[in-house]
Design a protein around this ligand. Sequence first.
Ligand code: NAP
Length: 247
Amino acid sequence: MMGRRILILGGTADARELAELLDRETDCEIITSLAGRTSQPAEQAGTLRVGGFGGADPLAGYLAENEINLLIDATHPYAAQISANAAHASAAAGVPMFRLERPGWAPLEADVWTDVASAEEAAAALPHGARALVTVGTGGVAPFLQRLDIQVIARMIERPAEAPMPPHKIMVARPPFALEDEKLLMRTEHITHLVTKNAGGKKMAPKIAAARELRIPVVMIARPQLPEAEIARNLNHALAIMGRLLA
Ligand code: NAP
């Protein structure tokens, strides 16, 4: 893996951890790309570039011009467009790629989960009078805020440009969140439903564990279909795949 240049498509904690690991443990040059959605991204090992590429073909052009040896798609499982672009660009530029993708969470027997396909379906699934903690990011929150017969607490990393109509509230906070804090929030706000994407991860997220303990029903937005790709389920797996692809 000597002296290779790796482009990580990031925007997740996994991408950040991977960049740090590769920067520390290998002599590869690590470039992480962010879309630029948050104005103050967290600290990052290696080189950072920010902003869209302008589509799949320009991404292929970037790979060729910058002599990238390996592309790692470590974007969020719900970031479907950039993953499609990555698959296309990898094939077009002849640069190997794989995706770092955590397995999704699954309900336990006692959990009450409603699986839906989109934010619109999730908003429609909430009963009249619900008090919902909505953790779907800035992009997917509009259908919830349009419902004025429910109360929404929408948690997101950055305050949106427009304040929501009462009774809805925006809560600006950046993960990680502790289980006890999640339980306290759900109790003090009398939350009746948790709405979330199935981001997945080694451990069940504290918000899911809190909902489980407090017997709060979960409305789970399903992951979108992504293009075929080799998948690393964790950082060690990613290292093994990298070793093979760069051999
Ligand atoms: P998306 O819909 O798949 O992508 C929309 C466009 O944003 C892409 O076509 C690309 O623009 C640009 N883009 C996305 N990720 C990029 C990256 N890592 N580097 C450079 N450009 C990128 O993506 P999204 O759902 O808006 O997510 C944007 C970012 O937020 C991603 O980095 C993702 O990992 C992170 N994120 C997303 C979610 C989520 O729920 N969707 C949650 C947490 C974090 P061009 O076509 O111009 O290249």
